[in-house]
Design a protein around this ligand. Structure first.
Ligand SMILES: Cc1cc2nc3c(=O)[nH]c(=O)nc-3n(C[C@H](O)[C@H](O)[C@H](O)COP(=O)(O)OP(=O)(O)OC[C@H]3O[C@@H](n4cnc5c(N)ncnc54)[C@H](O)[C@@H]3O)c2cc1C
Length: 391
């Protein structure tokens, strides 16, 4: 049975970011790394967007940047100047190709296209079975998300950021490629949190996405008929659908890190790297993977005392803020539009993005939170702190 220093079960966003940075650091040259994924990662299976100030190591795969964003509901529209941030878009296939191209030169990194069927942690190593092989490793980084684990617990609310998006090409120049529609709540809410999200890449091309933050997915035709009527309302009559994407991203404060053990660390969505209140994962994975590589490097300096993977994560105030919002949306899903509208109508967009990036100090947190409707948050605070000791 072949042995590796590190095995990554799942080779998507978080694993690729981590291994890319491990190679860049040059501190893992003597370590063997196995990446396993049941998918070859040769399709453009998602489009990632994230806001960022400084340019990053992913600069070469960013396909589009926007400096302004529109926030709207049925009664107001606000053009948000994002500077010093920019809203960036990456097509996942460009990212996968970029990372694979880089790591294929590394003799110590191997990719295996196979399905992981078992992970078993023993005292001295971790055992991994795939459909056709078995391996062992010192440390395992797992990004295979266990949906049943999260959905079969009652303690933490679990919502989904779910959506269908159409990449359309219009016959006429009807779009403003300089402005992304971040959230447009003018669509009927139907007792949920529902909005449109539009990423125009030229005057004729855009990704138009119908998105919900709610418990249950809709029938495909409901997302699609909303997209159709929204495109119609934009004045676009004549267009073709070039590509489609769909997704369902878990929004939960479930403490994924409690499942990290001595030798197994959960990363990506499976490790709680998805921002619970928004579903955004790219930026948080970028930061977490940097911290993780630094954490793993410390092990190299003290090889005789292996670090415990379980000591990687710490709970912070942003986890608590997210829990408040999720508690509200879990009980009163129809309040999402009011909460986000109040925040974006009155608030400073740059501060909101900083807050959502979990980089604000306490005074800045208060400035953002005070823009939100007070009663639901006070009730949620009361419930979370006083009524429920479970958190
Ligand atoms: C369509 C879509 C659009 C999104 N857009 C954004 C966005 O704009 N901004 C943002 O911040 N986030 C976005 N997200 C959320 C998040 O960034 C992605 O889901 C991201 O890919 C999560 O990274 P990950 O490493 O946790 O999981 P993944 O990238 O999904 O990687 C997990 C890997 O595990 C593999 N796998 C699963 N089971 C097995 C098995 N048994 N054996 C072997 N391999 C297995 C999968 O094939 C996959 O490659 C989006 C998600 C989707 C689905």
């Amino acid at each position: 049975m072949k042995h590796f220093d590190y095995i990554f079960t799942g080779t998507g966003l978080s694993a690729m970011m981590t291994v890319y940075k491990m190679v860049l650091s040059e501190k893992f040259i003597g370590k063997t790394i196995l990446l396993i994924d049941e998918d070859l990662k040769k399709t453009n299976d998602r489009t990632w967007c994230f806001w960022q100030k400084e340019s990053s190591i992913w600069e070469s795969v960013i396909s589009k940047k926007w400096d302004t964003a529109l926030f709207a509901n049925e009664s107001f529209k606000r053009n948000l100047g994002l500077s010093p941030y920019q809203y960036n878009q990456i097509r996942s296939l460009d990212f996968y190709n970029f990372v694979f191209e880089f790591i294929k030169e590394q003799k110590n990194v191997t990719f295996l296209n196979d399905k992981v069927t078992d992970i078993n942690e023993l005292d001295t190593h971790v055992f991994v079975a795939t459909s056709t092989n078995t391996f062992t490793c010192n440390q395992l980084l797992n990004s295979i998300y266990n949906k049943a684990l999260i959905e079969n617990q009652q303690q933490y609310p679990v919502l989904q950021q779910h959506f269908i998006g159409w990449f359309i090409k219009s016959k006429q120049d009807l779009l403003n490629p300089e402005q992304v529609t971040f959230m447009d709540f003018s669509v009927e809410q139907k007792n949920n949190t529902r909005f449109m999200y539009v990423l125009p890449t030229s005057e004729k091309e855009a990704l138009v996405e119908y998105t919900l933050f709610s418990h249950t997915l809709l029938e495909k035709q409901e997302y699609e008929s909303e997209i159709k009527s929204y495109i119609h309302n934009l004045g676009i009559q004549d267009y073709e659908i070039v590509e489609k994407e769909k997704g369902s991203i878990p929004m939960t404060c479930y403490p994924f890190w409690k499942r990290n053990t001595k030798r197994v660390l959960n990363i990506g969505t499976a490790g709680g790297w998805t921002k619970a209140s928004t579903g955004y994962t790219f930026r948080k994975s970028d930061k977490k993977s940097t911290q993780l590589v630094a954490f793993l490097e410390t092990q190299n300096t003290k090889p005789s005392t292996p670090i415990k993977m379980s000591s990687f994560h710490k709970k912070d105030k942003f986890w608590f803020y997210d829990l408040l919002l999720l508690d509200i949306l879990d009980r009163n899903n129809e309040l999402g539009s009011d909460i986000f509208s109040d925040m974006f109508q009155k608030g400073n967009p740059v501060l909101i993005f900083k807050f959502l990036d979990e980089e604000t100090n306490f005074i800045e947190d208060v400035k953002v939170i005070l823009k939100c409707p007070k009663i639901p948050f006070i009730k949620a605070l009361f419930r979370v702190i006083f009524l429920s000791k479970k958190f």
